[in-house]
Design a protein around this ligand. Sequence first.
Ligand code: OAD
Length: 248
Amino acid sequence: MSEQPIDAVRARIDAARSLFVLTGAGMSAESGIATFRDAITGLWSRFDPAQLASEEGFRADPATVWDWYAERRVAVRAAQPNAGHLALGAFERRRPGVLTLVSQNVDDLHQRAGNTGTIRLHGELLADRWLGPCARTPGCATQQARPGRPPRCADCGNLVRPAVVWFGEMLPPGAIEAAERAARGCDVALVVGTSGAVWPAAGLAAAARRAGAYVAIVNPHASEIDDEAHAVLRATAVQALPHLLRHD
Ligand code: OAD
């Protein structure tokens, strides 16, 4: 690991035939969406993940958990992609087929910035799914949820939950495999705004490096995976990405 000027990283990206980008909550911080582990502003410094990000917590108090996600949905809908998101969207349009974008974020800001095919490791905040399989055999005819906090099936009582990945749950089918393939196949891996505390996403930088990629990190603070990087840029997503991905 070494501190390197941003232009050295930019030159690597310019020359890359295949660019892998992994984003975390810091990517959306400058859009006004709270991160999880930042000391004062992070969600997990104020809220208990065992209560709010686990199936057990949801089953214990569905209304509280549903309301918490409803508030986060309001914040995400009100937020706008920042200059970092927009730079990634523009890069994909300018250099089609070069970028694989993998995000741990459950917001939709990469999609709104125009990135397509983003691998969403931790699900989608704005989507719903059933908590479990239908309890009836054969399944309930309607599969309709009655509005509520949370909505529930009028027949079997199955609850609706946000389609995010909670602690202890599997990632969406195929997502980590596709992300690992892209990490192993890239020339340059850029890791933006993640603490590197959550696996398996945290292993992707090392996977890229082991396979021969040049690895760069963009983060204003130290992360748990800084040692995996050839270059660490102590900058925010908005400060670094427009410059790193710009077109002259
Ligand atoms: P964290 O909250 O753990 O880490 C956010 C990182 O972003 C920290 O390293 C900050 O230093 C950095 N950061 C803060 N502001 C930034 C900025 N403006 N630009 C760039 N970086 C900035 O978030 P994640 O690593 O994404 O899980 O957390 C991983 C997972 O843990 C999340 O996906 C979430 C959480 O529990 C699910 O939602 C399933």
